[in-house]
Design a protein around this ligand. Structure first.
Ligand code: FMN
Length: 338
């Protein structure tokens, strides 16, 4: 069965990519993921806050130690100016690149234009085949104007895309008033792909201690529906790659994402819950699904139910569909919004 797809310019055997997470922290796990057939692997994010000048200098030192990169590093102050500690992220990236053959994507998380962006270039120099820039920001300042926030994000994407030659994907949250417009601007700024969507880890209230505690829950398949809608909507206007992340737990979820227009899916929760080997069974189940439906190639389904090609576009376009709400089906499926 032909499951091939193209994501960020890479020819992948199938669309199952390991999403950014601690799964790539451990080299044995990374090897198991590759053995299970992972099409590509995304490392956990490196946060802007973790990249002080001192850290950047440490990163520079590491690449110098590793050999062949020195000519690319002249834009940074020399490491001697700072006390240097080892840069574990770059070290792990170098180790993974030596261990596996599949594309390895490094992830950066930041919200401002600043010196830390130089790290994008170092990740490339260390062998990252692509970068994923995570625009994960929770704006709480009442004076922050949404246009200015978006402008800064576009500038940042543009700065990263200008700094590196490898493809850059942008991982987004769904909370934009005009997502199609914003996504088109990101594409115009050089993004080779969009990853939809970030999951926000919610804060809960601990009633006994009256403390606010961050909660990290693994996803449920219901979360996929939001991704399906927006991938279907974005597929028509955008040429760049699209990856679904959030709620892909079964082969059927992959088929749905591809039908809406996804080029790849990024999975994390299902692998944390069942182990890296689940990736291999998902891949076989995907092939079996196609066989049962007499479809020779996954590519034949690509975007067949995107907004542009869907026989009933209103089903995607209307957030509150009268018939769905009145029949109670929205509530029954847990997606009825207000
Ligand atoms: C434990 C854990 C750590 C994660 N760390 C990151 C991260 O560093 N950067 C990032 O962009 N996403 C991170 N994610 C989000 C995942 O990459 C993924 O987008 C999300 O979990 C949705 O996919 P899933 O439904 O398959 O879990 C993390 C998720 C989990 C569960």
């Amino acid at each position: 069965m032909d499951l091939r797809t193209r994501y960020l310019g890479f020819e992948l055997e199938h669309p199952l990519v390991v999403g950014a997470s601690p799964l790539a922290d451990d080299l044995d796990l990374v090897r198991r993921l590759e053995d299970a057939g992972a099409a590509a692997i995304v490392l956990r994010s490196r946060f802007e806050e973790q990249l002080s000048p001192r850290r950047l200098a440490a990163s520079q030192q590491l690449l110098e130690d590793d050999g062949s990169f020195s000519d690319a590093l002249s834009y940074l102050p020399h490491a001697d100016e700072f006390a240097v500690s080892r840069d574990e992220y770059l070290e792990q990236l170098l180790r993974i690149k030596r261990a596996v053959r599949v594309p390895v994507v490094a992830s950066l998380n930041g919200t401002t234009l600043g010196g830390w962006l130089a790290h994008a270039r170092m990740l490339e120099q260390a062998g990252a085949d692509a970068l994923e820039l995570n625009l994960y920001q929770l704006v709480t300042d009442p004076a922050a104007d949404s246009r200015a926030v978006e402008e800064r994000e576009v500038e940042m994407v543009s700065a990263v895309c200008d700094a590196v030659l490898v493809p850059v994907a942008v991982k987004l949250s769904p909370y934009y008033t005009s997502l199609v417009h914003f996504a088109s601007r990101l594409e115009g700024a050089g993004a080779g792909g969009l990853v939809l969507f970030n999951r926000f880890y919610q804060s809960d209230i601990e009633l006994e201690s009256l403390e606010v505690r961050p909660r990290l829950h693994l996803s449920s398949p219901r979360e996929l529906l939001l991704r399906l809608r927006w991938i279907a909507i974005l597929r028509g206007p955008l040429r760049c790659s699209l990856a679904a992340t959030g709620g892909v737990h079964a082969a059927e979820d992959v088929v749905k994402a591809v039908l809406c227009g996804a080029d790849a899916v990024q999975i994390v929760s299902v692998l944390l819950r069942h182990g890296p080997e689940r990736l291999a069974s998902l891949r076989s189940e995907l092939g079996e699904w196609l066989e049962r439906h007499e479809c020779d190639a996954l590519g034949d389904l690509a975007g067949a139910l995107s907004l542009e090609r869907c026989p009933d576009p209103a089903a995607f376009e209307r957030a509150q569909y009268l018939w769905t709400l009145q029949s109670g089906r929205g509530g029954a499926h847990g997606e009825g919004g207000s």
